[in-house]
Design a protein around this ligand. Structure first.
Ligand code: ZN
Length: 358
């Protein structure tokens, strides 16, 4: 699909680059129509979808079906509808003498932690490409979204030393260290409530943290040699994101590990990152918001509870909004769809963009 999109865009004269991942099986696409300058507009979409396993679909999820004024298929609203609109308008962009470039940024593996997006952003930095604005086409019903929390998920593994339950001091109890770790996380969670930005519109307004699972140990009378904690937090600011990570890492290196290793130098705590998606922080000045408001006539902006690739582009110094066709209510479900009305509103926005840039 990425190769096909790339060749379509190349045929229109776009400068097209395909960046493969290490396996060579997945790739990001970055293509530019218009002048070779900074300050362009990125149209961003992810090419992957979530699985359809155990979902009861009326029709083949991988065969698009049109009925009742809507297009049905896996990824229809999340967010292949937006990619289709961007591709449909590519000839219109190509036919105009654009004063600012339009970039097509299509990524892989967004659904599993914005893996492709992170790679794309670092490739753009390496090449010194600095667009000014990004429109992330996740389904918002074509409303302007200027903020969402980040989402950081981890599994922390505790490696202790097993022994008989009657001699706890001779072992390193991984379950007990996991409990201390969780206790520290919960202290940090309370502290986060005091750090909520003024006027935060998120619900709740602060960075949240959740313990999703604790596993470990084998029997009542055995010192637990292994334990793991599954946890996540959803930062409202990049400061909270780094603070939480630094504080828990410091507790591990300064307090937990020295205590564990005093008994057994092989004891360890390893945190595995499942996914780290930065939030999109609402900004007082946001050229993307002003532009999309002008193009769509939308006069309100909102924040949403789901995470997108937007934060990655914001970290690059770009002004960013999320705005795309369809509803997040249909995403990830059986009989996912996007209405033709939403698609035509998106096409109108992009057509307006082509006029605005030329
Ligand atoms: Zn999506």
């Amino acid at each position: 699909m990425i190769e096909w999109l790339g060749s379509q865009l190349s045929d229109l004269g776009a400068r097209t680059e395909i960046f493969h991942d290490e396996s060579g099986h997945k790739a990001n696409l970055f293509a530019t129509i218009g002048p070779d300058t900074d300050g362009g507009i990125v149209l961003s979409g992810h090419s992957d979808v979530v699985p359809v396993a155990e979902q009861d679909w009326t029709s083949d999820p991988f065969e698009m079906v049109e009925r009742d004024g809507a297009l049905f298929g896996r990824g229809a609203c999340d967010m292949k509808g937006f990619i289709a609109c961007a591709m449909a308008m590519a000839p219109v962009f190509a036919a105009r003498d654009l004063k600012r470039p339009v970039h097509f940024a299509f990524t892989y593996d967004e659904e599993v932690g914005c893996i492709g997006g992170q790679a794309l952003v670092s490739d753009l930095k390496t090449r010194g490409i600095a667009p000014g604005i990004a429109i992330i086409g996740e389904p918002t019903g074509m409303q302007i979204i200027e903020g969402h929390k980040g989402c950081c998920e981890y599994t922390t593994h505790f490696h202790g030393l097993e022994g008989h339950g009657s001699a706890p001091d001779r072992g390193v109890n991984a379950a007990e260290y996991a409990v201390r770790y969780v206790t520290r996380l919960m202290e940090l969670r309370e502290e986060m409530k005091t750090r909520a930005p003024r006027g935060s519109r998120f619900d709740p307004p602060w960075t949240t943290m959740n313990i999703g699972g604790i596993h470990g140990g084998v029997a009542h009378n055995v010192i637990a040699g292994r334990a793991e904690v599954e946890w996540e937090f959803r930062p409202v600011t990049s400061e909270d994101m780094s603070y939480m990570k630094e504080e828990i890492a410091a507790y591990v290196s300064d307090t937990l590990l020295p205590a564990m290793r005093a008994v057994d130098p092989r004891a360890d705590i390893q945190t595995e990152t499942i996914g780290e998606v930065a939030g999109l922080e609402p900004m007082a000045a946001n050229a993307a918001r002003d532009l999309v408001a002008e193009l769509t006539g939308a006069n309100g902006v909102d924040v949403v509870p789901f995470a997108t690739e937007a934060g990655l582009f914001q970290e690059m110094g770009m002004d960013v909004v999320v705005c795309g066709p369809g509803s997040i209510d249909q995403a990830h479900k059986a009989d996912e769809y996007v209405t033709l009305d939403q698609m035509s509103r998106c096409l109108d926005m992009l057509e307006g963009l082509a006029r605005r840039l030329s």
